[in-house]
Design a protein around this ligand. Sequence first.
Ligand code: ADP
Length: 426
Amino acid sequence: MALLLGCIADDFTGGTDLAGMLVKAGMRTIQTIGVPTWPIGDDVDAVVVALKSRTTPAAEAVEESLAALKWLQGAGCRQIYFKYCSTFDSTAKGNIGPVAEALLAALGSDFTIACPAFPVNGRTIYKGHLFVGDGLLSESGMRHHPLTPMTESNLVKVLQAQVQGKVGLVDTAVVSRGAEAIVARFAQLKADGCRFAVTDAISNADLLAIGAACAGMPLVTAGSGVALGLPQNFRKAGLLAEGQVADALPATGGARAVISGSCSVATQGQVAAMREKCPAFNVDPFELAQGKDVAAAALAWAADKLGCEPILIYATAAPEAVKAVQAQLGSEAAGSLVEDCLAKIAQGLVAKGVGQLIVAGGETSGAVVKALGVSGLRIGPEIDPGVPWTTGIGGEAREKPLALALKSGNFGTPDFFLKAWSKLSA
Ligand code: ADP
């Protein structure tokens, strides 16, 4: 069957979050890193093109998003989904509004929703106001965000400041009455000249109703939550098989390794737990700064351990240690020294037969994926919320695909590095 849903995500981990959601709801999904330059197989229902367009200048974000749209349209997608953060991360200049407006125009459409709600993670929208946990968005930590400070919780106002078209509201009284009521309200808003409808959602039932109401809408703009309700529309239309297994990955085999460059609290616990049970090698930024070939040392250390139990190579350190490194080397310089070294180690490990690799850290994952030449990921089973196993697409030709789990800093339970392997078939 042909592609059904084409998604454009404004950052990488947000893209993975959405892709995982689609897989859970029964759609076979691939995430690409930027606009793909390769053909997608025909055993895929949804593609998530992950951009880095959340905080770039609005004109660039628009241009990249339109390029992604063009590719997705060329691939035959029936519906387009623009995915942004559940805290609606943006400024008065964009990029959510300008991108949404440009996508609408390019699709020849005149109406869409805006709904970042994700109730299971505490993001709810009531009367147009976005709540983070028990408080308003503008009272959450997001008000101090360095790039996208969110000081207004009324999303109708936030979005209106970013777009030319008129923004309306589908409030909770309508949403709670279900899909038909929502569709009727869409028609009313359109008749009133609105091009955007901020849509309240305080529960998963609301998300499902909104998803159903968006059947056939050329463009949906939302966080990952609304995606829950979309696969059902395709099933109803006979386009998506009932009961389809969407998270099957090909067997990968090979040795197991964890590379950790994240210093987040959750990762520190995970590194400590794995160090107790498995061989571990510490990458020391000071040695890197002295010009030592730490990557070669790590690979030599790993050589006779691979294939037995999983191994751990980590730069992860406690805050005081990181501060000391940063004070001496500068934080950016230290960051890239460590990232480059870990990426080189990843390359070496894969060349030595590692077939199942966990990488901890958002930036670290970016560096590793780039070094491995991976340009896309097929999304597999979830290990912990927000972190699925995937297999890499692109990169060195291998007999079997490479299994990758890219874990951003604060995700996962303390035993994440130990338990993850059991979710892979081989
Ligand atoms: P997270 O997802 O936890 O934020 P990232 O990989 O995005 O993790 O960011 C962690 C950053 O810290 C990376 O740039 C990494 O290279 C750097 N880093 C890792 N270990 C150390 C260390 N011991 N000292 C200084 N910087 C480090």
